[in-house]
Ligand binder design. Structure first.
Ligand SMILES: Nc1nc2c(ncn2[C@@H]2O[C@H](COP(=O)(O)OP(=O)(O)OP(=O)(O)O)[C@@H](O)[C@H]2O)c(=O)[nH]1
Ligand SMILES: [Mg+2]
Length: 225
């Protein structure tokens, strides 16, 4: 141990600058591949993979999915079983995906996913770390489900102030809980006035046609000449 003077070195900015550069490269790669990309962020168990299974039922091979988890390829297996090609990233411990992980995954996956029009990336389950990493997506979406409680938006402002879409999930449980979806929506609008909100249930299908239309229209707008 040296007894000399110490100096605090900030590495956060260079790391983020590097991530932003790779994210920009991903964005042009997705553009060249004809993909409309969505990054889905939510707590463990919020219902992200269940939503992707529903999207896989609807879009089949038009949809490609990249799954992010610390371990196992359980979620990729579920999505494949539901009808869409899926690629699993196992982070081995990291609590978020970064742009380089997604880039490497797409390089390996793109042949299998050839012809897909939509790419959905399920981020590692939590509301903190994934919020600051741009992956090159067109849409950043947060899924918060009613059983988590209706107070989460203002507790995790870094995420909810950056999203384009708020998905309020497990709406089928509304009558069994005291969570208020209006509170989630209004608190999110206070941080992010232009946010698009969908109230969904992957069990009953509530709100899923509307969310699918949003995805289809988003891609049309992106590739309109
Ligand atoms: N009632 C109800 N349960 C749901 C709904 N969506 C998901 N679930 C249940 O919630 C649990 C977690 O769902 P997942 O889709 O695995 O959640 P996840 O967000 O992908 O979880 P991680 O990948 O582990 O972060 C499962 O038991 C699902 O059946 C829904 O709309 N309504
Ligand atoms: Mg999942």
């Amino acid at each position: 141990m040296s007894g000399g003077p110490s100096r605090r070195v900030s590495i956060e900015k260079p790391v983020m600058t590097r991530n932003d550069e790779v994210a920009a490269a991903n964005r042009s790669m997705f553009l060249d591949s004809g993909l409309f990309a969505i990054n889905v962020i939510g707590s463990p168990g919020a219902g992200k993979t269940s939503l992707l299974e529903a999207l896989a039922n609807r879009f089949a091979r038009d949809l490609a999915v990249i799954e992010g988890d610390v371990r196992t390829r359980r979620d990729a297996d579920r999505v494949e079983k539901a009808g869409s090609p899926a690629w699993q990233i196992e982070t081995g411990g990291a609590c978020h995906l970064d742009a380089a992980m997604v880039r490497r995954a797409w390089m390996d996956f793109r042949e299998t996913a050839r012809g897909s029009r939509y790419l959905v990336i399920e981020n590692v389950g939590n509301l903190i770390c994934p919020s600051s990493y741009d992956l090159g997506e067109d849409v950043k979406a947060a899924l918060v489900s009613l059983p988590e409680g209706d107070d989460k938006v203002l507790k995790y402002p870094a995420l909810f102030s950056r999203i384009d879409v708020l998905l309020i999930g497990k709406m089928d449980l509304l009558n069994h809980l005291d969570a208020d979806p209006d509170r989630l929506e209004s608190e999110c609008r206070s941080l992010r006035p232009g946010v698009t909100v969908f109230r969904i249930s992957s069990k009953t299908g509530l709100g899923l046609p509307e969310f699918c239309d949003f995805i289809i229209r988003g891609r049309e707008a992106k590739f309109r000449a």
